[in-house]
Design a protein around this ligand. Structure first.
Ligand code: ADP
Ligand code: ASP
Ligand code: MG
Length: 402
């Protein structure tokens, strides 16, 4: 069998953890399996590199940021190869260039286009454990690019798909996918399985246990994922097409603090104004999330929307530059806001789900500033300080706890 194992930063944070991972990989290898290992940078390395860059140049180009950030993964893969070799098993580390992990050119946010299998297969034929840098790729200019924070999961899935692996295992610092972040909601319950669609929603709405692109890609190529702990042997959660959802209305609650609210005040209340505002932002590559428009009065209206924190400065700058043509009287923003979402395929046919969520928030005295819904999710914007309390309240409100 061909097994892809991905280990996140905390799983390779120090010498002891590196040897723990090395042992698990060697164990798999000794069963006669081919083993590919995908690694993230050690511990908080990526955050530390970002902080270092900020000290030198807070406006560094995305290209140079990627050149810097990709070094983190190169450290962990080479150390892992050394650890495995020291145990008497042949191992080789490879980076995105050596493998041929071809990506779109978007620095900081690249997507895989094609992954070459030849070099990996060649090394496997020599019965080596192959250790590959997560999070990075190469673009058409032969530059390094990164896949966005948490992107190593996506590397693992891309490799599993390209080599038709028999299993793709994502090892992390929790035992699987829970009904909510177990660090915030203490009685969150581990799910035996979850469907790609529900996992994709949860991941996109802030449940960082899996990178959302990895779930998208797993669904597209039919790669079944297992999320489990690198520190114990518990069963984990299977992410697949159809999951046994234990007849649950809601599969999980997610929160996301990486959001900010922008309001444009006093814009003209006439056709085409919203189009112009959002078209101007779209042209700058700014992704707008929840949108709320007030009822017009006195010929003007207000529009509020959310953007990610990374996009906030660009958003404010773009609006300011176009203030007159967009008929904006005033621009306001609020940074310390967060989104809380509930996700579940079951809510489609169930009236009263939204009411229950709002009731739970009311009981916890959490104020809602914006709401957005789809067939499978409800998202509300709240004050960042209320996140933990709100998560627990909503999770309990739907009886999701263990
Ligand atoms: P890694 O470094 O292994 O990639 P991450 O920190 O990216 O790990 O993801 C694991 C973290 O995801 C957990 O420590 C947990 O706090 C968080 N998390 C958020 N939502 C969930 C959820 N629904 N189930 C499990 N973990 C979650
Ligand atoms: N090291 C990268 C990050 O911290 C990628 C990853 O961990 O998946 O975002
Ligand atoms: Mg991660």
């Amino acid at each position: 069998m061909l097994i892809v194992k991905k280990f996140g930063g905390s799983s390779v944070a120090d010498r002891e953890r590196i040897f723990n991972v090395a042992e698990r990989c060697v164990e798999e290898y000794k069963k006669g399996n081919d083993v590919i290992v995908v690694l993230s940078a050690m511990g908080d390395t990526t955050d530390e590199l970002i902080a270092k860059a900020k000290e030198i140049n807070p406006n560094a180009s995305r290209r140079e940021m990627d050149m810097l950030l990709t070094t983190g993964e190169q450290v962990s893969v080479s150390l892992m190869a050394m650890a495995i070799s020291s145990m008497g098993i042949p191992a080789v580390s490879l980076n995105a260039f050596q493998v041929g992990m071809h990506c779109t050119s978007a620095y900081g946010n690249a997507r895989f286009k094609r992954v070459d299998a030849d070099r990996i297969r060649h090394e496997l034929e020599y019965r080596k454990i192959v250790i590959i840098t997560g999070f990075q790729g190469v673009n058409k200019y032969e530059d390094y690019v990164t896949l966005g924070r948490g992107g190593s999961d996506t590397t693992a899935v891309a490799i599993a798909a390209a080599l038709h692996a028999d299993a793709c295992e994502i090892y992390t610092d929790v035992d699987g996918v829970y009904t909510a972040d177990p660090r915030i909601v203490k009685n969150a319950r581990k799910l035996e399985s979850i469907s790609y669609d529900e996992m994709l929603e949860l991941a996109s709405l802030g449940a960082k246990v899996l990178h959302n692109r990895s779930v998208e890609m797993a669904k597209k190529y039919g790669v079944q994922l297992i999320v489990r702990s690198s520190l114990n042997r518990s069963e984990g959660t299977v992410v697949k097409e159809v999951a046994k959802m234990e007849k649950m209305l809601i599969s999980g609650v997610a929160s996301d603090k990486n959001t900010s609210r922008v309001s444009v005040i006093g814009v003209q209340d006439k056709p085409g104004v919203a189009f112009k505002i959002f078209n101007t932002l779209a042209k700058k590559g700014i992704n707008v999330d929840i949108i709320l428009q007030s009822v017009g009065r006195g010929g003007t209206k207000d529009i509020s929307f959310t953007v990610s924190q990374e996009d906030l400065n660009d958003t404010l700058k773009t609006l300011e530059e176009n203030k007159e043509s967009l008929t904006i009287q005033e621009i306001k923003h609020k940074d310390n806001v967060a989104k809380i979402s509930i996700v579940g395929a079951g809510m489609m046919s169930n009236p009263g789900v939204a009411a229950k969520m709002f009731e739970s928030l009311f009981n916890a005295q959490v104020n809602i500033s914006m709401i957005s819904t789809s067939e499978v999710r409800i998202t509300v914007l709240i004050d960042e300080n209320d996140v933990e309390r709100a998560m627990v309240a909503v999770h309990d409100g739907f009886g999701l706890g263990a």
